[in-house]
Design a protein around this ligand. Structure first.
Ligand code: ADP
Ligand code: ADP
Ligand code: ZN
Length: 209
């Protein structure tokens, strides 16, 4: 899934993963877990993540190469937040070739800039199960508590307005060119991410199903 920060990639990938039993590989989630655990990768990634820049290609490519070698990724997986540079896309092409895998769909979830800012500044995530929430668009029944598991909702340190605008400009400069890498390869599709979450989900199921 392609798309700027806040477009709804994580929200949709989680639901698709659940419905079809396909693992969701989010480099953002994996990097945050590495930072929290204080691993080598986490220590190297921390500064870039805090300054809203991108973590180096070799680190994220390494994480993905390890992850797609696991047994549950033999047949298929969803990439959420990777590749984010043309170099990562090229590295992915060679990893897939080596493993005799191919990309079925590259789906770009589009969204207006002001909506992205509002989505990210209102975002929270359950520390227990990872379910996503929003202050306006997906309120939990009880403030600060996950409907699904009763876990505590947390907000990301990088989800504030200033940081978001920086991340959006990093997206325009470094990630938007990745779309051109895929646009002419045949499997490229666009889904309007400004629609209701359920409608976006239906559109995605129609493509993937
Ligand atoms: P991304 O993974 O692309 O950065 P998320 O899936 O985390 O984006 O979504 C960002 C925020 O916007 C979350 O709080 C989520 O609940 C909310 N959101 C996602 N999709 C929609 C939508 N279609 N309409 C309104 N809000 C949405
Ligand atoms: P977003 O909501 O901005 O899409 P993510 O959770 O996908 O956030 O990513 C959070 C941070 O992790 C990014 O700002 C970046 O520093 C780092 N990151 C995630 N995926 C990648 C990637 N593929 N390449 C480089 N850096 C990444
Ligand atoms: Zn939960």
């Amino acid at each position: 899934f392609m798309g700027p920060p806040g477009a709804g990639k994580g929200t949709q990938a989680r639901q698709i993963a659940e419905k079809y039993g396909i693992p969701q590989l989010s480099t953002g989630d994996m990097l945050r877990a590495a930072v929290k655990a204080g691993t080598d990768v986490g220590r190297k990634a921390k500064a870039a993540m805090e300054s809203c820049g991108l973590v180096t290609d070799d680190i994220v490519v390494g994480i993905i190469a390890d992850r797609i070698s696991a047994a549950d990724c033999k047949k298929c997986f969803i990439l959420d937040g990777f590749p984010r540079t043309v170099a990562q896309a090229q590295a992915l092409d060679s990893m897939l070739l080596e493993r005799k895998l191919k990309i079925d769909h590259v789906i770009d979830i589009t969204c207006d800039t002001e909506a992205l800012v509002a989505r990210i500044t209102g975002r929270s995530t359950c520390a227990g199960c990872g379910e996503g929430y929003h202050t306006e668009h997906k309120k939990p029944k009880k403030a600060g508590v996950c409907d699904k598991c009763g876990g505590t909702l947390t907000t990301r340190a990088d989800d504030n307005e200033e940081t978001v605008r920086n991340r959006l400009s990093v997206y325009d400069q470094q990630t938007a060119p990745v779309i051109d890498h895929y646009r002419h390869k045949g499997a490229f599709k666009t889904v309007d991410g400004m629609q209701e979450m359920d409608t976006v989900f239906k559109n995605l199921c129609a493509i993937i199903g």
